[in-house]
Design a binder for this molecule. Structure first.
Ligand code: SAM
Length: 345
């Protein structure tokens, strides 16, 4: 039997069940850390299958907790699994798992929000961006409060090819609150179409894989959970710096139900607001009365390109933030000082 066949057929030896481990190490879920565990191995196997083949793969699992998902990743034939767990109570149970899968499981006790994944794997697994996908996956069932900031950070990393994406187009399979999963994958015109839909979809192919009912978790969360798979695109659909795209999209979607020109207006200081909004809409050739949720990605691209063009002519525009202006005006009213005093800070 070839070495890779052996790896693919690797099965963990008999171990205490995840439930037994939880009892053994007294791993009560911490409500403050939004810990909800998946104990059903058929469900964790299903989640892991959404990543595609893990044969000989390198995997970073975020938030392994008692290790149910980790077992499924190992059983799927991954060669090198790096787990990053913040809560030290889970480390002994993970060590037990590591002993059962010699040389396959590396444990990092740390916070995924700070972890330098660009240093976590050998560089020789990298593939050039345009080439094949690297055999590296990120998989995780994270608390909702961490999953959303993390995906925003990773989308920026995709745009800049940094962090986990120094190895190429690393794929991600992650859980989110069901509504967030729907927003991430919502198409143009759908009710859930939002800022997150555009930010994710201009950079990735995004797939809403399946929904896990809340009752499948221990303890049961208030909401259902969506599993989402991301594959970074070879060519982002918008070719402008991430921060610039983020600014335009954030402004457009701040008035989701209004005409899109309403949000576009807020990209510009009051003195030139009407004139530059008109110029931007014309340059982008987008109907100002389209609703933000109805904008296609090519239309958003045209708007971002038009804003980049206007900003190149007047770089001050890049620093202008409508919400910041509102905040300063509010502060000035409270302190009864001229707005300009704050604007210069
Ligand atoms: N993966 C396990 C499962 O599916 O049963 C546990 C899921 S539980 C929802 C989330 C896990 O992520 C917990 O073990 C928690 O301690 C861990 N976690 C939370 N925030 C984290 C962070 N910032 N970095 C790393 N791990 C984190």
């Amino acid at each position: 039997m070839s070495a890779s066949r052996k790896l693919a057929s690797f099965r963990l030896p008999p171990l205490p069940t995840v439930g037994e481990l939880i009892k053994l190490y007294n791993l009560r879920a911490e409500k403050q850390l939004s810990q909800n565990f998946l104990l059903d191995l058929r469900l964790t196997d299903k989640l892991v299958r959404q990543a595609g083949s893990l044969r000989d793969a390198h995997v970073c699992e975020v938030g392994p907790g008692p290790g149910g998902l980790t077992r499924s990743i190992l059983n799927a034939g991954a060669a090198d699994v790096l787990v990053v767990e913040k809560d030290s109570r889970f480390i002994p149970g993970l060590k037990l798992l590591s002993e059962a899968a010699p040389g396959k499981l590396r444990i990092v006790h740390g916070d995924i929000l700070n972890y330098r994944m660009d240093r976590g794997f050998p560089r020789n697994i990298s593939k050039s961006w345009e080439e094949d996908l690297p055999n590296l996956h990120i998989i995780g069932n994270l608390p909702f409060s961490v999953a959303t900031p993390l995906i925003i950070k990773w989308l920026e990393n995709i745009a800049n090819r940094t962090g986990p994406f120094v190895y190429g187009r690393t794929r991600l399979t992650l859980t989110f609150q069901k509504e967030v999963a729907e927003r991430l994958t919502a198409s143009t015109g759908s009710r859930q179409r939002s800022r997150l839909s555009v930010m994710a979809q201009y950079l990735c192919t995004v797939r809403n894989c399946f929904t896990i009912p809340g009752r499948a978790f221990v303890p049961k969360p208030e909401v259902d959970v969506g599993v989402v798979h991301f594959t970074p695109l070879v060519q982002p659909q918008i070719q402008q710096p991430f921060k610039l795209v983020e600014k335009v999209v954030r402004n457009i979607f701040q008035f989701r139900r209004k005409f899109c020109h309403k949000g576009v207006e807020k990209l510009f200081p009051e003195a030139c607001r009407m004139e530059l909004t008109q110029e931007m809409m014309q340059k982008a050739d987008v109907d100002p009365t389209v609703r933000p949720t109805e904008l296609t990605i090519p239309q958003v691209r045209a708007l971002v390109d038009a804003y980049a063009y206007l900003s190149a002519h007047d770089p001050h525009l890049l620093n202008y933030e409508y919400r910041e202006e509102l905040r300063l005006k509010h502060l000035a009213r409270q302190k009864k000082v001229p707005v300009d005093t704050f604007m210069d800070m």
